[in-house]
Design a protein around this ligand. Sequence first.
Ligand SMILES: [Fe+2]
Ligand SMILES: [Fe+2]
Length: 734
Amino acid sequence: MAAAPTLAFELPDTIAALPVRAFEFSGKAREEAEAIIARQQPDALFRRLLCDQESEAVLLVARRVIDAFLRPHAEAPSADGLPDDASADDIAAHVAQTRAGLAATIGSLSNIEPDTRDAVVRQRAPLGLLGGCWLDVLSQPATQPSVVVNRLYTQHFTQRGEGNPRRCLHYLRRRQMEGVDVYLPEIGAADFLSRAGARPLTTLHGSFYLALSRLPANFLPELVGVHYVFHALGVDDLLLGMAPMLPEPALRDVLVAYLELAGPAERRRLFTGIRLVLTLEGEHVAMLAELATWHQGLTLESKVAAIVARHAPFAGRHHQGVRVGERLLADTFSDPDLDLAKFLREFREARQLRRTRDGLSRFVKAFKFGGPMFGIFDEREAAVFKAWVESAQAGERPEIVISPNTVGDAQAAVWASAIAASAPADVVIADIGTPSDRELFYRLVNIENYANTLPLAKERAEKLFSDAEILFTHGAGGRYTDASYFDYSAAALYERAERVYWEKLVKPYQPLAEIPDRDEVVFLQTTYALGALVDATWIHRIANLGRFERQCDSALFSIYADEVGYGDLRKNHITLIHRALQSMDIRLPHIREAAFMDQGDLPDELYGFSLHQLCMALFPDTYYNEILGYNLAIEMFGLGELRLHEIQKLRHYGFDDCYEQAHLTIDNISAGHSRQAADIIVSYLDEVRRALGDAAVQQEWRRVWRGYASLAYFVEHALLKQVTTEEVPVDLVI
Ligand SMILES: [Fe+2]
Ligand SMILES: [Fe+2]
């Protein structure tokens, strides 16, 4: 019967931190992480943390980066005016005071000359465009339905424009930047950092926030502090002249709510996060001011040198035969020890700069329309060159002193060496062996701590998707699904969905004439419960930073937001299933607890279904298509007969039917999640068609449909028994 009552989970979920656990990795991941960090390239680190949301190694990198940044602040004495027993109001006052100082510095950057202003805005862009990313996957099976996680989710939902990408914080910031002529590619684009001119200090700060976004559940206390301070300081709002999307009182409310739940250990960790961001933002604003000063003090020659340095690596063999001074340009530009001052001294004497009859020079004509270098330099670079050429032609021969851009480098070196030296004591190298389904479930729910389970999770997901293809041929005979394959067209997809709905889910419905006995009703509910406890998991990692630009991504984000009630616990599906279970007197530990491995209520045979859901969710890039198909299948699965019968039975015995009721309406096929799921597939394949053409659509579609079939593979037990000669494994039955 029920698990030991002391271990039973009770609503509300008042955790202030997950249980402190080690972080397990494989030996291979340790080597890979070491290699990533040893390369010592902040840009590469930033990009890896941003673009790779699936690998085990990147989670270890994240753990080390977090350690490097938090450790000095965890050990810092509270002599900064913020004692560990400070109230939310004390914290707010302290942060407001810091903000006033930063605002003064930022104010001094508002009326500087446009080129310098441009450099400052660009420099800040990587942080402004990733701010808030730490909430991307904070809501996950291990943390739902926590009170504080949902308070934060509400703010995440606001920052994400309530699901409308054109209203999301990052889009509005980008528009504001474009208003001052700063145009940057998307943050995930290969040339984003170089176009922003990001200094190592900027990318290292960014790497911390990205690292936190990879392990948010384990660093919830620190994250609450980071979230409050980053947004309450509002550096980006000050710099861009924007009203804050999350006003300080709303931010402070979350802080108050958190402090009510936090014990002494969590409070200490919260303050570590607070102190760290006060340091980081102070450091970054000081760096912006330093950048402005450096930029304004640049001589014309230094500006020219910076342009040459930027383009030299790409010059390749283009200048074959062209000499400046004694040397071929091809040799000069491929020289790793290029002496820019010497080169400019020779270049200003070179014949390429001499005034031609039209008042220009061979060099200037080369990059004008019709010249061999047309299009190489942007407008601003071309203007700098022209001014310099004119000064050289006028006989000006200033001493060439080049002041290289080393802004922020001293502090960047401190962080870089802290990352290189970090060796968190809670990192454990372990082999996972062959976990039982119960252990595997526990590991996947707590994936931040058991990243060494990722390869097995991927293997399982892949096997299931390919095994499910058997239903491409036999799926028409499904009781609740039709996974038989068809060539894609939007009309064909909608037709299939409608047909399954009416013929398989609605038409067979008759109210039950006889209600099974109480135990049987409870038992059937328990068979569904394991899936319900990880409701919406399959999409909880979709639409993260750098992946929120397509219509299909924002639509998936909106479905997930619905599933967690936009952070409103009364509408949160995980809350609803716990309520339903409690009404049947099924009292379980939370799925994040090790004690859940020993729960005695939910049958063993059912783990396969939830495991599949958890496995695919961890690979939102690799299995994007499959997730779209699975999403359609599972949203539809609950419609019609099955759920109506359950509601009838639950009501009969006076059990809480809130979970079933919510799904009956929210998943409906006319406008609810089922319809949205079909629209999402159509929208995605339309993106594919526009990017890669019609031929690619059918290939991508096949993978989408594998995802649909993989849900059918779990629910069509009778059909599978018929079509396979082998016995169907029991864990396929739900
Ligand atoms: Fe749901
Ligand atoms: Fe749903």
